[in-house]
Ligand binder design. Structure first.
Ligand code: GDP
Ligand code: MG
Length: 599
């Protein structure tokens, strides 16, 4: 195909605005998927994606389209996930295309993730083609949303296609816009090879399959190529295209401007990192393409098998397998006095964490207990040495000069909820950076807020305080110093590993109280008094106790033999003393789970 007739594009949108549905319609309209093979959300092929109705892994597929002027175009569509946790996937796909469809629900208008996604598209200098979706709904206000797009995003939306992905309205117009507005790929066939890796996955039978966009030159089977970031060299075994099934090309060539996959006997995803540039060993390019920001784990938690320690090895192998396919998971062994042996696992965000836990449960049948999620803190010890740690129980008592990750938070909501959102954010240590109208009656609020504060049930709060009309999106901003302390919880004198947490000094007392109250509910009464304490640097800031069981040793003692009574009571006291020495209060894993639970 002549490059002039190739268009590479992505679809971006706020979650639920209809990306996947529109992708379905594009596949159908262009006859890419045979009608008998079609099912809804065709490109979402992971079970969890289909059930939750969200896209997690991006997909790429090619479509043939004969335009109204009679020319035949090859369109490469890269579907993207909309959720904040997966924005690194969005930025990957955007680096591989020349333009994108910006889908906005005409009944909802511009939302927080619409803005975030457009920012990514603009960073990549992409042509943005706006689409007003769901115009079939009675509540659709396409004119108003058109203005929002122009006002907030600063692109001309006056000729935006008014579409209904659900009913297949406007699909052909969208294809016409793609063909006419999005530029064909640049690049030269006779230049040295430069191919961008935008995704890769591990297949147990076939090894690593690498998805690429060829920017310059050609890649062909038998060619010796080099992965520029890692320096490893491989011989290309197979070259193919995505229809979206992987179809091997008999010609064995992928040329400048094209999107496809290669196989080259690569054993590990780490040898072919996303964002790396592939070049030829014989005629190498001097400069790699601009890569992506590598995905970074932002949220960590301990994962422990719920019952026996035999499962520890199962958990290890499950995590190893999962990370072959999701290089954004990181993990290392960890042990806890209550939960035994497990792993400290890093995730991109809370949804990512839930998805991974769900997959471990479903695909590997692992029932897991989780410690409270935590961010990575930076701090210094007394000697001034510098540390980073995500496990609060490993933070030493002399830790000081804490720094924590802050995020830029955007919230879009109807203006009558302004007050309650400001109030919520104030309670979570946020500072308001900007506030403006996106249209009459709807505002965009911009905050800086500690990531730790949005990890709990913050999103639920935004949703409930705005009766479901608010949306939010956040992105890492920077590390900033905060007046944080490590809070330890001791039960019967022993600090319980895994209950430690890092909190703002002002919240330490109330947080300590809260945990102690929960513990009180879950620890049964013992023969002795169980003391519960919240401590900062071994100093008690809050405490409570659980009354001992008192066996009535005098019950059988009628009459007034005082000395005998005394003796009995003394013996009971001795017994208690003994128990107290042995005195380990066992905290059941279930109780532990209940205490660390956020809500
Ligand atoms: P995504 O999260 O952006 O991929 O959104 P989906 O494609 O999964 O769509 C979210 C929901 O909106 C689904 O229930 C779709 O059936 C529905 N939907 C998508 N497009 C339309 C449309 O044009 N009209 C109506 N009424 N519903 C739509
Ligand atoms: Mg989707």
């Amino acid at each position: 195909v002549d490059k002039e007739y190739i268009r590479n594009f992505s679809i971006i949108a706020h979650v639920d605005h209809g990306k996947s549905t529109l992708a379905d319609r594009l596949l159908q309209f262009t006859g890419t998927i045979a009608p008998e093979k079609f099912r809804d959300q065709y490109l979402d092929n992971m079970d969890i994606e289909r059930e939750r109705g969200i896209t997690i892994k991006m997909r790429a597929t090619r479509l043939w389209y004969r335009s109204k002027d009679g020319s035949c175009y090859l369109l490469n569509l890269i579907d993207t996930p909309g959720h904040v946790d997966f924005s690194y996937e969005v930025s990957r796909s955007l680096a591989a295309v020349e333009g994108c469809l910006l889908v906005v629900d005409a009944s909802q208008g511009v939302q927080a993730q619409t803005i975030a996604n457009v920012d990514l598209a603009l960073e990549n200098n992409l042509e943005i083609v706006p689409v007003l979706n769901k115009v079939d709904l009675a509540t659709a206000e396409p004119d108003k949303v058109c203005q929002e797009i122009s006002q907030v995003i600063g692109i001309d939306a006056s000729r935006a296609v008014r579409a209904s992905a659900k009913f297949g309205i406007g699909v052909e117009e969208i294809l016409e816009e793609i063909v006419h507005l999005i530029p064909p790929p640049q690049g030269q066939v006779d230049a040295p090879l430069q191919a961008l890796i935008f995704d890769s996955y591990f297949d147990p039978y076939r090894g690593v399959v690498v998805f690429i966009r060829v920017r310059n030159g050609e890649i062909r089977t038998g060619m010796k190529v080099k992965f520029m970031a890692t320096g490893v060299e491989h011989v290309v075994e197979q070259v193919g295209i995505l229809t979206p099934d992987e179809v091997v090309r008999t010609s064995g060539v992928l040329s400048c401007g094209e999107v496809g996959f290669i196989k080259a006997g690569i054993k590990s995803l780490h040898d072919a990192p996303v964002g790396d540039t592939i070049t030829g060993c014989d005629n190498p390019t001097q400069s790699p393409l601009k890569g992506y920001k590598p995905a970074k784990s932002m949220v960590f938690c301990g994962l422990y098998p719920a019952d026996s320690s035999v499962l520890f090895e199962n958990l290890r192998s499950a995590l190893e397998k999962l990370s072959l396919n999701d290089s954004s998971i990181s993990f290392q062994p960890e042990s806890s006095s209550v939960l035994g042996k497990g792993f400290r696992v890093g995730f991109l965000g809370m949804l990512h964490m839930e998805v991974v836990k769900e997959r471990l449960k479903r695909e590997y049948e692992l029932e897991l207990l989780t410690s409270a999620p935590s961010v990575v803190y930076k701090f210094r010890n007394l000697k001034g040495e510098y540390f980073m740690e995500s496990n609060p129980s490993k933070i030493p008592n002399d830790a000081r000069h804490f720094e924590e990750p802050y995020v830029k938070l955007d919230i879009v909501c109807p203006d009558q909820y302004n007050g309650t959102i400001l109030d919520l954010c104030q309670n979570h240590r946020a500072s308001l950076e900007d506030m403006r109208y996106v249209s009459k009656g709807r505002i965009l609020l911009k905050f800086l807020i500690p990531l730790a504060e949005v990890l709990t049930n913050f999103y639920d709060q935004v949703k409930s305080r705005t009766r479901g009309f608010g949306s939010m999106d956040y992105e890492f901003h920077s590390y900033r110093s905060s007046d944080l302390v490590k809070l330890d919880i001791a039960v019967a004198g022993d600090v319980v590993e895994g209950l430690s947490c890092v909190v703002h000094r002002d919240q330490a007392y109330s947080k300590g109280k809260e945990i102690i109250e929960k513990l009180k509910k879950y620890i049964p009464r013992h023969q002795f008094k169980v003391v519960l304490q919240a401590m900062i640097s071994a100093k008690v800031i809050a405490s409570d106790f659980i009354q001992p069981l008192r066996k009535d040793v005098l019950a059988k003692c009628y009459g007034g033999d005082v000395s005998r009574k005394k003796k009995l009571l003394e013996r009971q006291k001795e017994g208690k003393e003994k128990l107290r020495q042995l005195g380990k209060v066992r905290l059941s894993p279930e109780a532990f789970a209940a205490v660390v639970a956020q809500k």
